[in-house]
Design a protein. Structure first.
Length: 176
């Protein structure tokens, strides 16, 4: 990897952290994190975008307070919202795969980003349920979806549209 690649990976890891700090607390905090995740893969491409997300997760795992509400550490990842954070990596890989196969046309990017959101919703919801059941007892899937997915659908679609718009406007015009 070139110095430019490493610098962009680091910068987008920081962008994801900053966007995670912009937070409205709830069972799963409302953040701009997902916007930064999709922007990273959209602008940097699959490999560098995925590496920026992996770097962000590794920093948080080491205890650097990069997660929502200035938190960090393995405990956050093992907690109820950790599956959503880990799901971002799956989202990036899905988006990377889709764009590698079908190209980077606007419609393909949009489908890839929505598919990526479905990945972190699925992984995060299953994770949330497992942690919740272990710590609090039984909970229905509908209840967890009501807490952790339904309130996020419209905001996440808006963040995807914004990431898509900026990707199309900025790709090739900045140092990427």
């Amino acid at each position: 990897m070139k110095t430019k690649d490493l610098t962009l990976i680091a910068l987008f890891s920081v962008l994801i952290a900053i966007c995670s700090w912009i937070s409205i607390p709830s069972a799963v905090p409302f953040t701009l994190q997902t916007f930064a995740v999709f922007l990273a893969v959209g602008l940097l491409g699959g490999k560098r975008g995925t590496l920026s997300i992996l770097t962000y997760i590794l920093l948080g795992t080491l205890g650097v307070p990069v997660f929502a509400n200035f938190t960090g550490g393995v405990g956050v990842l093992l907690g109820s919202t950790g599956g959503y954070i880990l799901g971002f990596l799956g989202s990036a890989i899905i988006l990377w795969t889709i764009t590698r196969i079908f190209g980077e046309k606007t419609g393909v990017l949009a489908i890839g980003m929505v598919a990526g959101a479905l990945v972190y919703y699925t992984f995060g919801t299953v994770w949330f349920m497992m942690v919740y059941i272990r710590t609090h007892g039984a909970v229905s899937l509908l209840t967890v979806l009501t807490w952790c997915v339904f309130p996020f659908i419209i905001p996440d679609l808006i963040k995807i549209l914004l990431a898509l718009f900026l990707t199309k406007k900025l790709k090739g015009r900045i140092l990427v």
